[in-house]
Design a protein around this ligand. Structure first.
Ligand code: FES
Ligand code: FES
Length: 220
């Protein structure tokens, strides 16, 4: 190899190394830049002292509580994030799926669509309030026996809607149960098992057996 050719080769390698390094810097720089916040968050966004707060009295699962809540908190935020009652689930967070259903003064409500301050002076029951110690509520036992929960994400909401129903109507028909669970979506589509379970829990097993398992009669 001639001296000139060798020189050219070394030069090209050096050139490639230099341009490669420059390319790496050029392409990495925006990534690093993108990871940095472009502006500091406004201090007002971090400052929660200016957010209005209200002291409420609410009975949660039979226990009277005095709580200071931010006026903007939803009931499900209060339950999950501040009282650690995480049995109540958040599916859509906009009043569509029913995963967040709790009982407010015995009536099923979407806790994602109610402000915590609205619970002032009222009684809230969550899925954690169903069992008595180690003794499951008959609805919980029936849900297990009838394979209601599949992934289980909708189950606490289904239970609370069912609890609201059987409290006001101890002898519901299959149609009543379907109507009561109509606001609770189940992505695993196990509607008929849930209906069977509720009917079994209230002692109307015969009616449960008449409910088709895979027909079109599931609660929607
Ligand atoms: S999370 Fe409340 S209705 Fe879906
Ligand atoms: S059991 Fe999975 S969403 Fe209902």
């Amino acid at each position: 190899m001639s001296k000139n050719k060798s020189k050219r080769k070394i030069s090209r390698r050096a050139f490639l190394e230099r341009t490669g390094a420059a390319f790496a810097v050029a392409t990495a720089a925006p990534t690093i830049e993108a990871q940095r916040p472009s502006v500091n968050p406004p201090t007002s966004a971090l400052d929660t002292t200016s957010v209005p707060r209200t002291t409420i009295r609410v009975t949660v699962n039979g226990q009277e509580r005095r709580l200071e809540v931010e006026d903007r908190w939803t009931l499900v935020e209060l339950l999950r994030d501040h009282l650690e009652l995480t049995g109540t689930k958040i599916g859509c967070d906009r009043g569509e799926c029913g995963a967040c259903t709790v009982l407010l003064d015995g009536k099923p409500v979407y806790s994602c669509s109610n402000l915590a301050v609205w619970a002032d002076g009222r009684s809230v029951q969550t899925v954690e309030g169903l069992a008595r110690g180690d003794r499951l509520d008959p609805l919980q036992r029936a849900f297990i026996e009838h394979d209601g929960p599949q992934c289980g994400f909708c189950t606490s909401g289904q239970l609370m809607s069912a609890k609201g129903l059987v409290t006001r109507n101890p002898h519901p028909t299959a149609e009543d149960v379907r109507a009561a669970l109509t606001g609770n979506l189940c992505r695993c589509s196990n509607y008929n098992r849930y209906v069977e379970a509720v009917l079994a829990a209230v002692g109307t097993q015969q009616a449960a057996e008449r409910t088709p398992r895979n027909g079109t009669g599931g609660a929607r």
